[in-house]
Design a protein around this ligand. Structure first.
Ligand code: ATP
Ligand code: MG
Length: 445
């Protein structure tokens, strides 16, 4: 693959020597590329879309880079909207499909895309735009800085990205220490791409990650929340988790969880997390919905369990202890990663329902089944059982209970007394119907 050289460092890989075909490109992105080209502008696909197509993977999105200024893009596309403050981007809308068009930029201060730098309230927008080559050098990894040029369908490579792509190497552009200092979230991105693509992180890039992980402490919790979802709900959550721990970054995201894992490297907490993440990956592979509430409930379960045990040992009643422990664990976590209320509330409900799931006498189970969070709480109970907690019988009880019709459920709970969750309920029910209500559940947790 020897392309034409356009300057000392760049290579042009002609259409005949790479695998990107227009038939794999989102038709709306193609429309935007052609329209820009017809208006006399340079227009390229760049970033994850190019990378993924070259690897034969299906891209998540198609980002476009151009030398047209945002205002010029806006004029060309009636269906477009300018967003962002410091770096203005155009969003071109085609129904629900949005194509992002960015003007080539030079190296900025490295802060996140949407963080505007201001001086006395004035937004600094000087020297923002640059050449395509400058645009390449300010990107994070070499494989993320390849341009697919609509002019001649070639791939333009200023940073040696093609070589790294073929070798399966994730390499920071420029000096990794400096680039990670500019934006520490790039360390998380390195791990995410390594896990997702099965790439190895280049030695120098890796060394910088081991050295600079602590810089993640300075990242605003809201940005870490967004990133945590990409890491753990991106389809390769388990692999990503293992790599995060390997690179000692996990501790900066979930310090309480890391403390539990460090104490018990192979035991319950590890098994539970691995299962939760593997389940999530599986669901994503099957196009089933996943929610951060469930994943976060699992991620923080072990710290919660330990805090709960301490409080109960000190004599606090279970329900109160659980509430207090949950508050402590969540408060401590929010100092690192923010968790929007729409996720933290259902997460706490999943936890709060765990002791309630043990009470399977009287009408309680019938009512619990109606609870909007029942399904998640039940799944969580299964997860705990699969991970080694002694809850097998209770899970079986709930699994069966859900298969019954209303009458079946009523007679089951009336008879649940003596048998508890042991499965002898049917026989016992007939004999001891009256005493059912007084009995205690059999499972622990
Ligand atoms: P994904 O498949 O997750 O979308 P992506 O590579 O497209 O991967 P995006 O977050 O969509 O990642 O970013 C698009 C491109 O913008 C990247 O490929 C990279 O070139 C550049 N980029 C994004 N974030 C950064 C950053 N923090 N520092 C430097 N460049 C970045
Ligand atoms: Mg992308």
């Amino acid at each position: 693959m020897e392309g034409r050289t356009i300057n000392a460092r760049s290579r042009i890989i002609p259409r005949s020597e790479h695998a990107i075909s227009r038939s794999n490109i989102n038709p709306n992105a193609l429309k935007v590329l052609y329209r820009l080209k017809e208006a006399g502008f340079a227009a390229c696909l760049v970033g994850g879309g190019v990378r993924d197509m070259l690897l034969g993977r299906e891209p998540k999105d198609f980002d476009i880079a151009t030398d047209a200024l945002p205002e010029e893009v806006k004029k060309l596309f009636r269906n477009s909207l300018l967003i962002g403050r410091r770096f203005r981007l155009a969003h071109v809308r085609f129904g629900r499909d949005v194509i992002e068009v960015a003007t080539f930029r030079a190296q900025g201060d490295g802060a996140s895309e949407d963080e505007a730098r201001t001086e006395g309230g004035r937004i600094l927008r000087d020297n923002v735009y640059g050449t395509i080559e400058e645009d390449a050098w300010r990107r994070d990894f070499t494989i993320n800085a390849l341009y697919y040029n609509i002019e001649d369908f070639s791939v333009v490579d200023f940073v040696g990205g093609m070589k790294d792509l073929l070798a399966g190497v994730l390499r920071m552009i420029g000096d990794p220490v400096q680039r990670f200092r500019e934006d520490p979230v790039r360390m998380l991105r390195a791990v995410r791409f390594a896990a997702k693509l099965g790439f190895r992180i280049h030695r120098d890039t890796e060394a910088a990650i081991f050295e600079l992980g602590h810089l993640l402490e300075e990242i605003p919790p809201a940005r870490l929340f967004d990133e945590s979802l990409k890491l753990l709900q991106g389809g390769c959550g388990l692999e990503t988790f293992e790599l995060l721990r390997h690179y000692r970054l996990f501790a900066y995201l979930f310090p309480q969880t890391e403390a539990c894992l460090a104490k018990e490297e192979q035991g319950y907490p590890k098994i539970m997390l691995a299962r939760a993440l593997a389940n999530t990956d599986q669901r994503i592979a099957e196009d089933k919905p996943v929610t951060p509430a469930f994943l976060y409930a699992a991620l923080l379960w072990e710290p919660l369990r330990q805090a709960l045990a301490e409080r109960e040992a000190a004599g606090e009643p279970e329900t109160q202890a659980l509430q207090d422990a949950a508050k402590d664990v969540v408060d401590a976590q929010l100092a690192h990663i923010s968790l929007p209320k729409r996720f933290s509330l259902p997460m706490r409900e999943i936890w709060a329902m765990q002791p309630r799931l043990k009470k399977i006498t009287g009408l309680r189970p019938v009512k619990l089944l109606e609870h909007p969070r029942f399904r998640a709480a039940y799944d969580f109970l299964l997860l705990r059982a699969e991970s080694g907690e002694d809850l097998g019988e209770l899970c079986q009880w709930w699994t069966e209970f859900q298969t019954l019709d209303e009458n079946g459920r009523l007679s089951r709970v009336r008879g649940a007394g003596k048998a508890g969750a042991t499965g002898k309920k049917r026989r016992v029910r007939r004999a001891k119907r009256k005493t059912a209500e007084q009995d205690k559940p059999t499972s622990n947790g």
